[in-house]
Ligand binder design. Sequence first.
Ligand code: AMP
Ligand code: MG
Length: 466
Amino acid sequence: MIHFDNSYARMPQGFFARVDPTPVAQPRLLALNTALAGRLGLDTGTLQSAEGVAMLAGNAVPEGAEPIAQAYAGHQFGGFVPQLGDGRAVLLGEVVAPDGARFDLQLKGSGPTPFSRRGDGRAWLGPVLREYIVSEFMAAMDVPTTRALAAVATGEQVWRDQGGLPGAVLTRVAASHIRVGTFQYFAVRDRKDALQALTDHVIARHYPDATGPLDLLNRVVARQARTIAQWMSLGFIHGVMNTDNMAVSGETIDYGPCAFMDVYHPDTVFSSIDRAGRYAWANQPQIAVWNLAQFATCLIPLMGDEAEAIEAATKAVHGFAPVYQAAWQQRFGAKLGIEGAPNQALIERLLDLMAQQRADFTRVFAGLSDGTARDEFTDREAFDVWARDWQALRPDQDAMAQANPRRIPRNHQVEGTIAAAVAGDMAPFERLFDAVTHPREDRPDWADLARPPLPDQVVHQTFCGT
Ligand code: AMP
Ligand code: MG
């Protein structure tokens, strides 16, 4: 059915635990990403068949798959946890797409593993559908990200604070699931051999031109800097930028309490567990640097003379700022349809106005193209003053149409589709999915989905939902 080639399952002892997904009572396919299936060279008919759904639910392990739970550690909100690992996911195996690109196929919510600690290894429908829709919107906006291939209802209940909830399994697709925390797992155990093997694997898989650990570090730093600049340009707040949730491939990973801002403010936080605002929107670049410094620390033992290695690694981590700055300027410049150095002050002036007047992030930028941005401000004259300076630069409409989504998966909409799905109606989810995965299309029948929440619809908090 699928041709698997499982390079990670060939890694040394201690990298993973072999574990099959735990079968579920009544698998039912809720969503299948046919475009992604095509990208991977998988047959949608087969995936939709009883045999395919059994695989996506974890009820049958397909031939050639070697399910494993991966080991990793991580800093969670700044505190180091030496062992985390896949506690509610298994990597089924790797598939090689028709163009030769290699992807992990992972089931999330697939039952307990040796890394589950006290967790049940399961997921409920809410976070599964949330990750599905948000990650696919990110992909549609060309943000490096893990993808969602399928969501399957388990027919079982999952017990959470809210009570019994319908269980679900997400099939996640990623360039790999190797995290900064994967390196930390071996570094804290002083396993230099394992660190070397992991470094070689990551270079071969993601950075084939990298000449060694230092060069790898430089490249990971640069990719992360560009990814985070894209998050910022969409008003995206990851919510749990722990080192175990940062992929060395540069892909956005582990969509938990993530959210997009409606009203713009740089201090915005949604996650219920982020009480200090560590992972607020504006903090994301500096947190990325902090995480990358942890990554650098893991690589130092592989870099020869320690003093020289520390100096070189420090310099590499400092390389984040210029790449980020250039990417930020390019992304926000494109949002305004202008290029080049003078745009920085102009962008900041607009953001300041938006913050002061609590303007909607997405609607302001989308509205620059059709003249409706002004309506998002209470003090429209202040906006007009800014807009005159901006217009003088002759903004490029095509660049703007490309950079500014007309709609995003807003919290209240995502929650609405989850509530409908729990009640058995997948139609709202399908409609929102279609609309946010065609984010640049201006379609009148989707006009309602571009609206901000009404005051009583505003979502103030999001949850990890594990
Ligand atoms: P996350 O919040 O997804 O970054 O997860 C942090 C850690 O908790 C990872 O090691 C997960 O595998 C583990 N975890 C989260 N939810 C569960 C669950 N329901 N059962 C077992 N382990 C879990
Ligand atoms: Mg995680």
